[in-house]
Design a protein around this ligand. Structure first.
Ligand SMILES: [Zn+2]
Length: 301
């Protein structure tokens, strides 16, 4: 558990996207009413990976649901507890990355609300404090009197990723399936590009009116936005293939500059993870070979 007040100004000052307008819109630990049924409290953890900070959403008016309590920051958890004021029933987690779920244990300790998430364990980067009271599966429905939430399993960013569809208004609480203004990192082995694309295709076909991502603003026109994400990934995949045509066998470090020539070099270490995910997908699709020492990749004949 840490306090975030001092670190916030320092972190925000270093981030080019934290303009005055963004800072006003995502003031940490303030309750923002997005609709009569949905509130947002953003945590004080802005970064290149988390945008203006992790959005915690609070659903309902009488019996409340919290989605993604965020990191275990005292001020953030206090803001959630104050708003809920004894009405919190359940804490839902989109996945167990450290910027999404560690606040759950603290929030549960204070409120007694039950923690519900996918039971799938991640292997590389994850919240080690994570425990759950109720495992969730695709298609589960959480019915409260005032509203109902459908669970949608969306593996890809990580294997235990869930989205939550609020029935009635059809808002999708999308965790890290999509991010406002940047591309989601797909880091193997927990992340999988083929599954991520399948999950995007599935969401395109669902009746979604708006997407509430864990980082950034609410997105209207979900279907066209999701479709543009699919096309973006397929364009990147084509660049991987084109680069392999040019160089023959190559390592990820050798492929990075050409495949991500449109991405600032400072982000290439992160892009390397998504590049590996693209290559694994192409190998799954029988279009690419991985060398026996697993270091280099080449096109299949
Ligand atoms: Zn994540």
């Amino acid at each position: 558990m840490v306090t975030g007040e001092n670190g916030y100004e320092e972190a925000a000052a270093k981030l080019p996207f934290m303009t005055e307008q963004v800072r006003q819109e995502f003031k940490p630990d303030q309750v923002v009413e997005l609709s009569p049924m949905v509130r947002r409290i953003t945590a004080a953890n802005p970064s290149m990976m988390t945008g203006p900070g992790t959005n915690t959403f609070i659903i309902g008016n009488d019996r409340l649901t919290v989605i993604d309590p965020g990191p275990a920051l005292v001020e953030h958890t206090e803001a959630i507890v104050d708003y809920c004021d004894g009405r919190l029933e359940q804490i839902l987690l989109t996945h167990t990355h450290p910027d999404h779920s560690p606040g759950a244990a603290l929030l549960q300790q204070i409120t007694g609300a039950s923690v519900k998430a996918s039971p799938v364990q991640l292997t590389r980067i994850y919240d080690e404090t994570f425990t759950l009271n109720q495992p969730l599966e695709d298609g589960d429905r959480l019915d409260l009197d005032e509203y109902s939430i459908e669970v949608v399993h969306t593996p890809g960013h990580v294997a235990n990723h869930l989205c939550f569809l609020l029935k009635g208004c059809h808002w999708l609480f999308a965790g890290d399936m999509v991010m406002d203004g940047s591309t989601v990192v797909i880091a193997p082995p927990d992340g999988h590009m083929g599954e991520y694309l399948n999950s995007l295709h599935r969401l395109v076909d669902m009746p979604i009116e708006a997407i509430a991502p864990a980082h950034g603003r609410i997105m209207d026109s979900p279907a066209s936005y999701l479709q543009s994400l699919i096309e973006h990934r397929l364009r990147r995949e084509q660049k991987v293939i084109d680069s392999l045509v040019n160089v023959g066998a190559a390592t990820i470090d050798e492929l990075l500059p050409s495949v991500y020539d449109d991405v600032p070099v400072v982000l290439h270490s992160v892009a390397a993870m998504s590049l590996e995910a693209h290559l694994i997908k192409l190998a799954d699709d029988q279009r690419v070979n991985r060398s026996d020492d697993r270091a280099s990749w080449s096109l299949k004949d």
